[in-house]
Design a protein around this ligand. Structure first.
Ligand code: DHE
Length: 543
């Protein structure tokens, strides 16, 4: 209990997809154009995250007309009003929607969902803007700063990314980006940062300028979450990829200019029941170190695609059937195995990037959520990869060394008890003996505003709790502590203290060895910080 609330908050960001044309469906009750438009807007703001733009269902149940017409208006009204134990929020009795809005929504749901617009090459070319051509860019770094220790910090609700110099905590630049930027990734040389907004906008930032500068931008869809750049030797900084939620597709681009080269739809059959899915969203993308390939998670069909970028005209894609609802993931420490969560399937899929095959599909506790995960050298089990969970306080350790620890490879070797559910991210560093576990979506503020840290050489001893939000010394607000990230040296950990848009937020820097407060970065510019990506650690996959 309570975790549902956190999960809801997690999936409740309004969709950026624009409305489609009204369709009247046989068998559905009457609805006026105004009611249809209003319901469609409410649907995109509150419902699409769980039920999908086309209402095919994901975390939430499918809501297509053959299902909803059978339930009828009175049933749907009651469900929207009071919610359900399965996790549907009580939109009416909580006061968020009026009875008129609920009645219109119950009728709207019995009509076909209007299909939002597609976004192909002509639309992309219209948004593509090469701000500084490659030949006008510096050939070497123009500032004295150590760009390897820069952090790209998402200022979510400001639609900005702050580039913070990790050596002295100074703000090197604040760049205007897409709406509610989700992640930043680096190019393989660390020179460029790619950011992706929820609205599908990519910004390419060049760190070689005296002040980091935006050199290109493009929109690759109407809603998106992931971006990555080629890392295989010989292809440094050459190709970029981004994945869209809507339309369901991924796009290969020139890494230096963002010129779109190839768009591939992900619509297709689900891995288990082999049924057509019209909206399989692209979730995490990582860059293989074993072949010139991107590894692309397709959420609703449950396929993991190995997209070979060595010949974009004859694109070779290896399709691996994993499990539905693929979300986030990262590398094991050898960088051969991609460990990824099929979150609503309660599975971790392991892809062998060298042999291009599914190595294992490991059952774990409810809703694993690793981010990129953590990697430690376990005293007994050798190299293990770690995930926490949204659904409970489990921290799951999985053996990743088939060579020297074959009995433990791809097995859950241990489950630690953390502070509680509502965890999103874990973090480790090869130079540290700490394992950090956040809990930003836990309903208890004492838990969501602090961090748990384990000693990897004495995991049985349990965790120590550090009051990160308290250390930030801010005014009122939710102050969720989210996403630990190390600096280049591995001797500091940075945490976002994420409050509301109008409230004070901060980044808290902790000394890794002593686990004490080292520095607080705050100020008017620090609006809703969430993800932080250290250049060195993102280039070399240090986690
Ligand atoms: Fe994320 C990673 C999608 C909500 C912060 N998030 C990802 C990835 C995906 C994703 C697919 C992996 C990208 C990759 O590796 O290529 N996130 C989604 C959603 O669909 C969801 C549930 C709802 C939404 O509407 O976006 C969602 N995410 C959130 C948040 O509420 C968070 C905490 C704050 C925010 O920005 O909205 C959030 N997501 C992050 C962060 C990462 C991330 C910081 C990267 C973690 C890392 O260490 O790599």
């Amino acid at each position: 209990p309570g975790v549902t609330e956190g999960q809801m908050q997690y999936q409740g960001t309004p969709s950026t997809v624009p409305p489609g044309q009204m369709i009247t469906t046989p068998g559905a009750p009457d609805i006026s154009e105004a009611e249809f438009a209003q319901s469609q807007q409410i649907y995109f703001e509150r419902c699409a995250g769980c039920h999908g733009v086309l209402r095919q269902g994901a975390t939430g149940k499918p809501l297509t007309p053959e299902i909803t017409q059978e339930k009828g208006t009175a049933y749907l009204e009651a469900l929207i009003n009071y919610g359900s134990p399965a996790g549907m929020p009580n939109w009416g009795s909580s006061g968020e929607l009026s009875m008129d809005e609920i009645n219109a929504m119950a009728r709207f749901l019995q009509h076909e969902p209007p299909a939002p617009p597609e976004f192909g090459m002509p639309e992309m070319m219209e948004t593509w803007n090469l701000i500084v051509p490659v030949e006008d860019r510096p050939t070497e770094p123009q500032s004295e700063r150590n760009i390897n220790n820069f952090f790209a910090v998402t200022l979510r609700d400001a639609g900005q990314v702050a580039l913070i110099d990790g050596d002295n905590y100074e703000i090197a630049a604040i760049i205007e980006t897409g709406y509610a930027v989700h992640i930043s990734r680096t190019s393989s040389t660390g020179r460029y940062i790619y950011t992706i907004g929820r609205d599908g906008k990519i910004d390419l930032i060049d760190l070689y300028f005296e002040t980091p500068t935006k050199v290109a931008e493009i929109k690759i869809g109407l809603e998106a979450r992931s971006v990555e750049s080629s890392k295989y030797p010989g292809y440094e900084d050459e190709i970029a990829i981004a994945g869209a939620y809507w339309p369901p597709q991924y796009v290969l681009m020139d890494g230096l200019t963002l010129e779109p080269r190839r768009i591939v739809s992900t619509r297709g059959m689900t891995v288990d029941t082999q049924e057509y899915h019209p909206e399989p969203r692209v979730a995490a993308i990582v860059s293989s170190h074993q072949h010139p390939e991107f590894i692309v998670n397709v959420k609703e069909t449950g396929q993991i695609l190995l997209v070979n970028y060595s010949d974009l005209e004859h694109l070779q894609v290896t399709t691996i059937d994993a499990a539905r609802f693929l979300h986030d993931g990262g590398w094991d420490r050898s960088q051969r195995y991609f460990m990824t969560a099929a979150n609503e399937s309660d599975r971790i899929a392991v892809v062998d990037a060298l042999d291009r095959e599914l190595e294992a599909l490991i059952p774990v506790e409810r809703i694993p959520h690793p981010g990129r995960g953590a990697n430690i050298e376990h005293p007994e089990f050798g190299p293990v990869w770690i995930t926490s969970a949204l659904g409970n306080d489990n921290i799951t350790l999985i053996g990743t060394d088939p060579e020297n620890h074959p009995d433990h490879a791809w097995q859950v070797v241990d489950v630690l008890e953390g502070q509680g559910g509502g965890s999103l991210f874990v973090k480790s560093h090869p130079a540290s003996s700490n394992l950090w576990v956040d809990t930003p979506l836990n309903p208890d503020p004492a838990i969501s505003q602090s961090i748990a840290v384990f000693d990897i050489n004495n995991l049985e001893a349990g965790y120590e709790v550090l009051p990160i939000a308290e250390w930030a010394d801010l005014g009122p607000g939710p102050k969720r502590v989210v996403q630990p990230e190390y600096n280049e040296a591995g001797d500091e950990v940075w945490f976002s203290v994420w409050s509301g848009m109008e409230e004070e937020s901060a980044i808290v820097v902790v000394d890794d060895r002593t686990r004490t407060l080292k520095h607080v970065i705050k100020g008017d510019f620090m609006i809703t910080p969430t993800g932080k990506f250290n250049v060195n650690n993102t280039v070399h996959e240090v986690y």
